[in-house]
Ligand binder design. Sequence first.
Ligand SMILES: Cc1ncc(COP(=O)(O)O)c(C=O)c1O
Length: 477
Amino acid sequence: MPDLPNLDHYWMPFTANRQFKAMPRLFKAAKGNYYTTIDDRVILDGTAGLWCVAGGHGREEIASAVAHQLRTLDYAPAFQNSHPLAFEAAERLAQYMPAGLDRIFFTNSGSESVETALKIALAYHRINGNPLRNKLIGRERGYHGVNFGGIAVGGIAGNRKAFGNGLAGVDHIRHPLDISRNAFTRSIPADGGIALANEFEQRITTLHDPATIAALIIEPIQGSAGVILPPAGYLKRLREICDKYGILLIFDEVITGFGRLGTQFAADYFDVTPDILTCAKGLTNGAVPMGAVAVKREIHDVFMHNSPAGAIELPHGYTYTAHPIACAAAIAMLAIFADEKLEDRAASLSAYFEQAAHSLLDVPFVKDIRNVGLVAGIELEPTPEQPGARAFATYLKCYEMGVLIRYTGDIIAISPPLTIEKHEIDKIFSCIAAALTNIAADGDAGLDATRYLKNEQLWAAHQQEIKSQQTALEHAI
Ligand SMILES: Cc1ncc(COP(=O)(O)O)c(C=O)c1O
């Protein structure tokens, strides 16, 4: 039985803590496309960690760059000082960005990138003489991280409702998922995009004065809410409407950036350039926390030209902005993208991946399959009494069978490292099919989480036992 750490003190994020601690799923190592669990089981990573490990795990290039940097310059103050790698990382990232987005602000996460982008949008209009342009528009089911700006423009009710009133001056447009029309579409749905985008114009003209809107923020593909794809023409039309009314368009590319769709960014895939682009995750292969906001040069220059000499142009930043270790990791990862052309690899695998995903068409409970590049969403029929239970049971069963998948609600999301092999793609989807078939065969009992991961449950129970013995001993002394 592996030694478990004391599980009491760590309050886990976006996790059912009590449930997890009753069947802990702990990794101790990772290499390539696989994790190793604390009891030496090997688990295929069907999710690139949390969409972040684009280049596969345990990259030596990143490890040695980070180790070298740690020994050379561990930290430099981010405000009024810096270090050469910050500028090098920014230059390389600017070269990797869609043309024109070549001014880079570094952050430590996707959430911070979003907050930074929203603040830049608001401050831009103010410094440009339009202080009344201060409303932000997001989208239903959008996910933009967990900070106050991000949850305000985000559209996932569960992430908002516990936390008060949020930001004022925020509105949302509709999300583009329409299963009744587009179920089982392969790649981007053909219809409905223009009409849906036109609703944005209609809403801002009837409900707001468009001259009061600072920015529209969207994920080109909504990832966290279940892989929602924009119909053809939708993003281009949104771009046109933003241009017509002087509204900044922000693409949140935290998961679509760095090759996921088979192009560097979704902006490249859809041939639509936003004014501001947020990213994180794949920037350092998930190895060191880092995010970035890429801004059009004209926007950046308005700050430079309109601020008094000697003034701080943007009163915003983090202690760890452009941290030397993160910059070293980002430079190493951008070199990996250049050397290995991971985006092209993703593009060339996408047809195979699509075929494998859509092979689940007749598997029990499968209600829709959506895919593009190396991302797929598999939406399940929920059980009315226990929403999410089917996807959770599928996740547990797949884990038991050696494949890591992700789920939100009753939607499974697959987003493997871009280094995934064809036989591993087969394994991911055949495992999901087997899990769902198994759950269907077991009826209601198949939804009972306690029937999965018996080892993990045993360890947790064992740990509890040791703890209560210790407590009894302490009381006895
Ligand atoms: C589109 C999008 N924006 C922002 C975030 C938040 O990133 P982080 O968890 O690094 O704060 C995520 C995370 O998955 C995301 O998918």
